[in-house]
Design a protein around this ligand. Structure first.
Ligand code: C2E
Ligand code: CA
Ligand code: CA
Length: 803
């Protein structure tokens, strides 16, 4: 059926319709609407070429493609060139017509574009439906910021008032939006900025006053590549942001935590650890990945800590405890660790998180505090407090085991004079040296403590009397080794008192008291030795304090007197001198012998003053006798401390001068201890004294460390054999042999030999036969006051002339 047969039908169509012969591209028919649309005449149009009316390339190409069989229909917008040459935008459709028997024709239908608005409406409705179906809020504006459209979610997100939904009011909407954000000015500024740059894409976060957080994505709205407006998409991300913030926070905490954090899987194999853990363990970021976390850790105290932890984690999901981190190099690190189990909703263990804090500094600080509290700062030795603790512990142990132990009190001899004459700094060095030496004499289980000054206390763990004695000997030997401090060589000695647990006391205080008492006894008996505590000592000690006080008083009040004991030349039987011996008229005690107070005076230092008095008195007496025409050499006993006085030689010279005594009438009796200590200094002094013309003798010979070596070195004139050798003579052949040897040795060294304590005629006979030069003893005379000696001299035939 030909199109033309339907002419009345097509004539009525509002749509413009043309029929084209595709082979020739010529219009074969048009309807009235088409003539109207083209602004032409039917005659002018029919027979003309269609490309003259539809000149756009897409239309021109269509015909070629149609003939080639490539396209059949085409619907799009295009331009119609009207009769007057103007172009009209149209929606046109090209579709084939195939009337039976006829060659194919193409129907061209056109309508002006405004007529297509109906179609667009539909399209828009579809779009709007799509917009409304999203949960994102969408706002569309034109380039001037006029609101073109927004969707329901937008109104909801921004809580737009109902009135604004029905009644468009741009200013009111923008105003409302600005009122919803805390930073209205910033919000406005950002909007204007976007408006100024229409091509910009932007992504912002907008916090609202109501606490929600909106994400805004803003893109240009483009039409044919050109911006025509802007689309804003708003999305509520409050919940997502909260989760993200939490995650970020957790990540930040993990990364920046000062505590080491290790995360393991359910099998306690390491899955992650933070930088703090890397630093602590000296590991690289992935080094320990997959390792069992327990391999990194250990416990000093509980070998089965892992089992304990597993039990606690299983029960409470939590465990904490002190552990050591192993390190490949260097010592481990003490840690305080907390373990937390993470489970999923079904209760299945997912991870274990270990938090670990480095305890090294804390432990070090604790150790230092303890050290300060428990040690003596000078020597680093334990102090009284630590000794208390150790001995307390030892006592508790001993109570259970039944074992005993020993407590020693050690005091340096002469330390006070070292400190006074050489200064505290020097004294401190001496103490440090002594502490080190003592420490070397002890075992690890023993405790050496310094109580202050030159007093040390030693706890000998599980020691019996024998062990204590050996330790005391070791310590004395160590202390008496020569010391050189500040290039000054000298010798020290010490005295030790020993108390035994539990016999002597069951508390530290009681034991220290006993050991101290025993130590004082040693000092009284010549120092440089040790002694076990004996119960009666305490009363002796009390007496000692009283005596010291009374001695000082006595010296002030003139309660002392010298007695003189004659000395006889064996060969002639004549009195050739006498020994001055001190006596004390102690009020209420009668005549007190020197044996009870000289050691105390030596201990307290009073001997220096007492000795000076003796020297002066004896020299005065000798001078008086010489002046009376009965010159008699007087021997004065000199104690070590007195001899060590720096001005001793001067004192002697001055006494001789003061009383006008010829030096040969003074004899000084020295003991071996003087020669042993500070041998060089002693030698120098002895030489000065000998140079003065004073006679020098060595008292109590045979009891000390007598050695030929030093006897040879000193300018001594006489040896006084100790009375203990004479007492057993002549019956004890061994002692007699010793005396014989001493006499021979003395003579070999060009010294005279004196025997003291001669009480019997047999002793004198034997001494004479041994070649002894002088004798002294009760056999001849007891010590007596000066006046009595004078009478004695008068009564003894041949007596009275000296040397
Ligand atoms: P010493 O120097 O050995 O003095 C001799 C002691 O023997 C004196 O005792 C004397 O009385 C005693 N004696 C003398 N002959 C006999 C005898 O035949 N048999 C016995 N058993 N004893 C005899 P004394 O006077 O009690 O003096 C004791 C010690 O006191 C002296 O021993 C001396 O070391 C010390 N001493 C005495 N006076 C002084 C002094 O003025 N200064 C110093 N530093 N010490 C003194
Ligand atoms: Ca003497
Ligand atoms: Ca003597």
């Amino acid at each position: 059926m030909s199109f033309l047969h339907c002419a009345p039908l097509t004539e009525g169509l509002l749509e413009a319709v043309l029929v084209v012969d595709p082979a020739s591209e010529c219009i074969v028919a048009v309807n009235a609407a088409a003539v109207r649309l083209a602004g032409s005449e039917r005659e002018a149009m029919v027979g003309s070429r269609i490309r003259d009316w539809l000149p756009e390339p897409q239309d021109v190409i269509y015909w070629d493609e149609w003939r080639a069989g490539i396209v059949q229909t085409l619907e799009s917008q295009t331009s119609l060139r009207r009769a007057d040459g103007t172009l009209l935008r149209v929606q046109r459709r090209l579709s084939p017509l195939q009337p039976e028997g006829d060659p194919p024709q193409v129907l061209v239908a056109m309508q002006e574009l405004h007529a297509a608005e109906q179609h667009l409406e539909t399209l828009l409705a579809e779009l709007r439906a799509a917009l409304e179906s999203t949960s994102d809020g969408i706002l569309v504006c034109d380039l001037d910021g006029h609101i073109r459209a927004f969707n329901r979610p937008f109104a909801t997100l921004w809580e737009l008032p109902e009135a604004l939904l029905t009644q468009p009011d741009d200013a009111a909407v923008w105003g409302h939006l600005a009122a919803c954000v805390p930073d209205a000015a910033g919000f406005q500024a950002r909007l204007s900025e976007l408006q100024r740059s229409p091509l910009r894409e932007a992504h912002d976060l907008i916090p609202l006053r109501n606490g929600r957080l909106l994400e805004r994505v803003s893109r240009p709205q483009l039409a044919r590549g050109r911006p025509i407006g802007r689309v804003y998409v708003f999305r509520d991300i409050t919940e997502r942001a909260a989760t993200e913030a939490k995650l970020r926070l957790a990540a930040q905490m993990f990364e920046s935590s000062l505590d080491a954090i290790i995360v393991t899987d359910a099998a306690r194999r390491i899955v992650a650890y933070n930088p703090a853990a890397q630093r602590l363990a000296g590991l690289g970021p992935g080094d320990a990945q997959g390792d069992p976390v327990d391999a990194l850790l250990q416990s000093a105290r509980h070998p089965d800590w892992a089992a304990e932890r597993d039990a606690a984690l299983a029960q409470q999901g939590y465990w904490e405890g002190e552990l050591w981190l192993r390190r490949d190099s260097g010592p481990g690190v003490p840690l305080w660790t907390s373990w937390v189990l993470l489970r999923d909703d079904g209760g299945r263990v997912l991870n274990t998180v270990v938090f670990a804090k480095d305890l090294s500094e804390k432990i070090e600080a604790q150790r230092r505090i303890e050290q300060l509290a428990y040690t003596d700062p000078l020597t680093g030795l334990p102090n009284r407090l630590m000794l208390d603790e150790r001995v307390g512990h030892a006592i508790r142990l001993a109570q259970r085991s039944g074992d005993g132990f020993a407590l020693l009190f050690l005091d340096l001899d002469r330390f006070k004079s070292i400190n006074d004459s050489l200064g505290h700094l020097f004294g401190d060095q001496v103490l440090v040296e002594v502490a080190a030496r003592l420490q070397r004499c002890l075992r690890h289980t023993d405790t050496l403590a310094r109580l202050g000054g030159d007093e040390f206390v030693i706890h000998l763990h599980a020691a019996d009397q024998g062990a204590a004695e050996k330790a005391a000997q070791r310590m004395i030997a160590a202390v008496t080794q020569p010391v050189t401090i500040d290039e000054m060589p000298f010798t020290l000695s010490c005295s030790i008192g020993i108390a035994m647990y539990p016999q002597d006391g069951t508390s530290l205080d009681a034991l220290i008291r006993c050991a101290d008492t025993a130590m004082y006894q040693v000092k009284e008996r010549g120092k440089g030795h040790y002694r076990f505590y004996q119960p009666q000592m305490s009363t002796e000690l009390l007496a000692r304090v009283q005596i010291d006080h009374a001695l000082r008083e006595g010296l002030r009040r003139g309660e002392f007197e010298l007695h003189y004991q004659p000395r006889v030349t064996v060969r002639t039987g004549q009195i050739d001198g006498c020994e001055a011996l001190i006596r004390w008229h102690r009020p209420g005690a009668g005549l007190v012998m020197p044996g009870t107070f000289i050691p105390i005076a030596e201990e307290t230092g009073l001997i220096a003053a007492l000795g000076a008095w003796v020297l002066d008195t004896a020299v005065a007496q000798a001078a008086a006798w010489a002046a009376e025409g009965r010159p008699l050499q007087v021997a004065v006993n000199v104690s070590a401390l007195q001899f060590q006085q720096p001005h001793f030689v001067q004192d002697v010279a001055q006494a001789l001068q003061r009383h006008g005594l010829p030096p040969r009438l003074l004899e000084l009796e020295l003991t071996e201890s003087i020669l042993i200590r500070d041998a060089e200094e002693a030698l120098a002094k002895l030489r000065s004294l000998a140079a003065l013309g004073v006679t020098l003798s060595l008292d109590d010979f045979g009891t000390g460390f007598s050695s030929l070596a030093y006897l040879k070195r000193f300018p001594l004139h006489r040896l006084k054999i100790d009375r203990t050798f004479i007492a057993a003579m002549p019956e004890d052949e061994a002692d007699a042999a010793i005396v014989a040897a001493i006499v021979q040795m003395g003579h070999a060294l060009a010294m005279e030999v004196v025997a003291e304590g001669v009480e019997r005629a047999e002793q004198l006979h034997r001494l004479r036969s041994l070649g002894c030069d002088h004798c002294q003893g009760f056999w001849f005379a007891r010590p007596m006051p000066a006046a009595a000696l004078r009478t004695h001299l008068d009564g003894v035939p041949g007596a009275g002339t000296a040397g």
